[in-house]
Design a protein around this ligand. Structure first.
Ligand SMILES: CC(C)(COP(=O)(O)OP(=O)(O)OC[C@H]1O[C@@H](n2cnc3c(N)ncnc32)[C@H](O)[C@@H]1OP(=O)(O)O)[C@@H](O)C(=O)NCCC(=O)NCCS
Length: 219
């Protein structure tokens, strides 16, 4: 089933994940391709992300999308705020009629461990659960790859929500803890400090059977 996940967050905000199983022609029937994405698979991901937007809100004006200098896509009318992400065969989108949004979807892989020092600050490490695979006696470790991927996803979603670029992932976005696990998923409190100081609750989900993590933020 191509619409793999849909979450109607409230009356004006919806999120969806599409599992890409179709050829480009399927999406091109609905999506005007303005973007010069030449790599075939990236093009397919791009098309699937756009395809989700009117699927969530049928009056979404796909043809009016503009691209900012930062590469962020937006509607100048601000009829909707939206954010898109892709990872492998999955594309995710969040659309809101009222609030600024950001979304990120990522595969959970061991590679994230090698990058952790680039996006997890020292004070954040204290607030995060340790690595379940850590060997007793080793120096304090970063969290495990699932938690690291969630933190990465959360920060990428905040980056997209902020939209103005030039964000230092260690300095300007701080995980504050504690992680709240609720019936549907996970809530992660962050503090964003760049120009403005704002507390952000990032929502996240893990699709364990697919090793997939998703995070989004709305204000
Ligand atoms: C822009 C960025 C967030 C995209 O993330 P990604 O994981 O490469 O790709 P995703 O599939 O999740 O997202 C791509 C989508 O984000 C959107 N996007 C691109 N630039 C954006 C921006 N500046 N703001 C908001 N959204 C943006 C687009 O919709 C794009 O898809 P599309 O071109 O098909 O429409 C990422 O490349 C980036 O620059 N991150 C910050 C990098 C950084 O500072 N890292 C340092 C920490 S170690």
């Amino acid at each position: 089933m191509p619409l793999f996940y849909q979450h109607n967050i409230n009356e004006v905000t919806k999120l969806g994940i599409w599992r890409i199983e179709e050829p480009p022609s399927f999406f091109l029937e609905k999506v005007p391709l303005k973007n010069d994405v030449t790599h075939p698979f990236k093009r397919l991901q791009h098309l699937a992300g756009r395809y989700l937007l009117p699927l969530l809100f049928p009056d979404f004006p796909l043809g009016e999308i503009l691209i900012a200098d930062t590469r962020k896509p937006f509607l100048s009318s601000e009829k909707y705020h939206f954010s898109i992400s892709h990872s492998g065969s999955f594309a995710a989108a969040i659309v809101s009629a009222t609030g600024r949004v950001g979304v990120d979807i990522e595969s959970i892989t061991p590679r994230i461990r090698a990058l952790a020092h680039k996006f997890v600050g020292e004070s954040e490490q204290q607030a995060l659960p340790g690595d379940p695979q850590a060997v007793p006696g080793d120096p304090p470790a970063f969290p495990g790859e699932e938690m690291l991927t969630l933190i990465w996803c959360a920060k990428e979603s905040i980056f997209k929500w902020y939209s103005l670029g030039e964000v230092d992932f260690r300095r300007h976005m701080q995980f504050r803890g504690p992680i709240l696990r609720h019936a549907d998923g996970i809530r992660m409190p962050f503090l964003f400090e760049k120009g403005i100081t704002i507390a952000l609750d990032v929502e996240a989900r893990v699709f364990s059977e697919l090793s997939l993590a998703l995070a989004w933020v709305i204000t």
